[in-house]
Design a protein around this ligand. Structure first.
Ligand code: ACO
Length: 327
């Protein structure tokens, strides 16, 4: 059975930051409240000229460049997103923008767990021998769906995209994984369709609606994350035949610095081994893990052979962990 290796990473660059002080012009909040409760100092907001497609394409291009893989070699593009430019999907637009004409492309939605779910899905295609080269992208533009008058949610989110390139290899570097869902907790974090009935013809009514902005029970999501994430990482480690002592880097979904700290403390991972870019990016949903990973790789922190424990968690509710060896 072919193995999977991660050979490149990339992210898109949004240059203009929205600081906490900037946000406090809009809602009753402060840099002190946001930084203390979440660790966030700023986030990036996509400009009207940006799109999910443009961010995802830039991230993928940078990852392919690092991997030194040509677009004509890509077999599959998997785009994890909850905020496509088109509800039919945006992966095909990314395929066209990259010029990856051989690749099949589709979207996958699992909110902030999307990148981990897509990584594991991509690996199955490689392990079965169907595909040799896959680009996995996590991208979200949650600013489109944020209620900018709700200070309990709008301070958390930012926009972005990150990507990795996976290739078939002799030795499998996806060492273990575990994925979970619990739809009974769906109500705690939603970006829900709100239907409005409109009569069509006699006896038939259609729904004409729109998506409501994000709603969240922050405390419930917080409790869920600090309980379930250490557990799912331990299960993935067990499958990898490793222990927490083997983790070189903990790369979690960047939701809240307090969640990162609590998970690391439960696992006994020292803070210098926890990758965090919360302060600069906020919560970029499916993009947060690949952006954090890419920054750590480019900064020379993550080296080939390092063991990375990564975990996503979020709406669904969904959560999952993957243990990977970089390079
Ligand atoms: N500025 C100032 N005050 C605020 C703000 C704000 N932005 N937001 C809330 N407050 C106030 C509240 O009104 C409340 O005031 P009160 O005591 O007078 O009623 C007080 O601060 C405390 O509010 P809490 O909601 O209890 O604050 P908490 O400490 O729980 O922090 C937070 C809230 C940061 C949202 C936290 O619960 C959290 O991070 N939860 C996890 C959220 C998360 O990670 N979600 C994303 C999951 S990923 C995905 O799928 C999208």
């Amino acid at each position: 059975m072919p193995g999977v290796s991660l050979v490149g990473s990339g992210s898109a660059c949004l240059s203009v930051p929205l600081t906490n002080d900037g946000l406090s012009q809009r809602v009753d909040t402060s840099d002190e409240w946001i930084a203390t409760r979440t660790g966030i100092r700023q986030r990036h907001i996509a400009a009207p000229t940006d799109s999910l497609t443009s961010l995802a394409t830039e991230a993928a291009r940078n990852a392919l460049e690092m991997a030194q893989v040509g677009v004509d070699e890509v077999d599959l593009i998997l785009l994890a997103t909850s905020t496509p430019d088109d509800l039919f999907g945006s992966a095909c637009r990314v395929q066209a923008a990259l010029g990856a004409t051989r690749a099949v492309a589709f979207d996958l939605t699992a909110a902030c767990s999307g990148f981990v779910f897509a990584l594991v899905t991509a690996a199955q295609y490689i392990r079965t021998g169907v595909f040799k080269t896959v680009v996995v992208i996590g991208g979200d533009v949650l600013s489109r769906w944020t209620d900018w008058s709700d200070r309990t949610t709008c301070v958390l989110f930012g926009d972005g995209a990150g990507a990795v390139v996976l290739r078939a290899a002799e030795r499998d570097r996806l060492l273990g994984f575990e994925l979970c869902s619990d739809g009974s907790l769906n109500h705690s974090l939603n970006l829900a369709y709100q239907p409005e009935s409109a009569p069509l013809v006699d006896g038939i009514t259609v729904q004409k609606g729109s998506f409501a902005p994000i709603t969240m029970n922050g405390r419930e999501v917080y409790k869920f994350a600090v309980n379930r994430v250490p557990e799912v990482i331990e299960k993935a480690l067990f499958r990898a035949n490793l222990t927490t002592a083997d983790i070189d880097w903990l790369v979690l979904h960047q939701a809240n610095q307090r969640i990162l700290d609590a998970v690391a403390a439960r696992l006994g991972v020292p803070s210098e081994r926890v990758v965090s870019n919360m302060a600069r990016h906020g919560n970029t949903s499916a993009a947060s893990i690949p952006i954090a990973l890419d920054e750590a790789v480019r900064a020379g922190k993550v080296q080939p052979g390092d063991v990375i424990a990564t975990a996503g968690f979020g709406a669904g509710l969904t959560w999952g962990a993957a243990i990977i060896e970089w390079g």
